[in-house]
Design a protein around this ligand. Structure first.
Ligand code: DAH
Length: 338
């Protein structure tokens, strides 16, 4: 009698599991047969009143039925999950080629600037910064550039109506740095500079420079040459040759232009003018002292060197770009090559 109702219970449970359409329906079946007040629990409660002869047999059958229902519930749940997965992937062809993500790269001038910063970092130069919109003092007067100097001409420099201007070189950061800190100073300052140039294949109205300044006791021309030669050899390779050609800049004395020959510059036997440099003119120290109202840059105690070079032309030479405008046209066909 009990055997019969257990068999019936198993058949009913398996039939209901087979037709359950979702997890909610399966859960209802579980509660109905395996739950605390379910069919199997009821029979299990009745075990006490069974005879000694029936007990082992019924107990065994009860376990079998419980396990069979439980296993069928698990299998039903897995089958439902597999169906759901299948539905989610319906219409997806896993053999089709994927969609490639197009990754951008850093701008070629940014890449060159980063390399330059890393090399100077190794020599202990820190990064310094200043504003693009400047005063005449920071751009010219403090740098010993008199009012009648051609660089101060309206035709060459972008002036705002109020006397401010777009800096024509990054040398302004020398002044900004010395205004707020005392020697020793060892900085580089990459950044934009602006000139009212006619735009063509070799000129933009905005370009990128890197400035350097080193002020301490006993700094000499030998330090200047050693530093720049090390830097440019790291950048262009060991075969680079140098020529420090006397020149004039208002803010350095003596001043030089640096010419370089190097295979990496595509000119193993032609001198290319790459940078300007020199020993900081004592007049610059004096104008900084006057501004600071102290004697922090005593020209009797301190000497220094400074240098500046353009990154655009270097990047052009190093990667064979023949039109500087390509750097600002934002054409992906150009930029994707770097
Ligand atoms: N400021 C100069 C220019 O824009 C470059 C330069 C020359 C910077 C000599 C310096 C220097 O610091 O010492 O052409």
């Amino acid at each position: 009698m009990i055997d019969q109702s257990l068999e019936q219970l198993r058949a009913d449970a398996l039939a209901e599991i087979a037709t359950a359409g979702d997890e909610g329906a399966l859960e209802l079946v579980r509660v109905k047969y395996l739950g605390r007040s379910g069919g199997i629990a009821a029979i299990s409660d009745g075990m006490k009143s069974l005879s000694k002869d029936d007990k082992p047999r019924i107990g065994k059958l009860l376990n079998e039925v419980r396990n069979a229902v439980s296993a069928a519930l698990d299998a039903g749940k897995s089958a439902l999950l597999a169906d759901a997965d299948k539905a989610a992937f319906a219409g997806v062809d896993a053999t089709l080629p994927g969609i490639t993500q197009r990754l951008g790269t850093l701008h070629p001038i940014t890449q060159l600037q980063d390399r330059a910063i890393q090399i100077f970092r190794r020599m202990g130069f820190a990064l310094a910064d200043g504003p693009d919109i400047e005063t005449e003092f920071h751009c010219f007067d403090a740098l010993n550039t008199p009012a009648d100097h051609p660089a101060r001409n309206e035709q060459d420099t972008f002036y705002f109506g109020d006397g401010r201007l777009l800096r024509t070189h990054t040398s302004t950061v020398q002044v900004r740095t010395m205004e707020k800190s005392a020697p020793p100073i060892r900085i580089i300052a990459p950044g934009a500079a602006y000139r009212r140039d006619e735009i063509d294949a070799t000129h933009l109205a905005q370009f990128t420079q890197m400035e350097g300044l080193y002020v301490d006791e006993g700094v000499s021309v030998a330090d200047l040459k050693g530093t720049l030669e090390f830097f440019f050899r790291e950048l262009f390779g060991k075969d680079a040759k140098f020529r420090f050609r006397p020149h004039f800049f208002p803010f350095t004395e003596p001043s030089y232009e640096v010419d370089i020959k190097a295979t990496a510059l595509g000119s193993a036997d032609r001198w290319l003018e790459i940078a300007g440099c020199g020993m900081v003119d004592p007049a610059v120290f004096e104008s900084i002292n006057a501004r600071r109202n102290d004697h922090a840059f005593d020209p009797e105690k301190y000497t220094g060197f400074a240098f500046g070079f353009g990154l655009d032309r270097l990047a052009m030479i190093m990667s064979g770009v023949t039109d500087i405008r390509a750097f600002t046209d934002n054409d992906q066909r150009f930029l994707a090559q770097f």
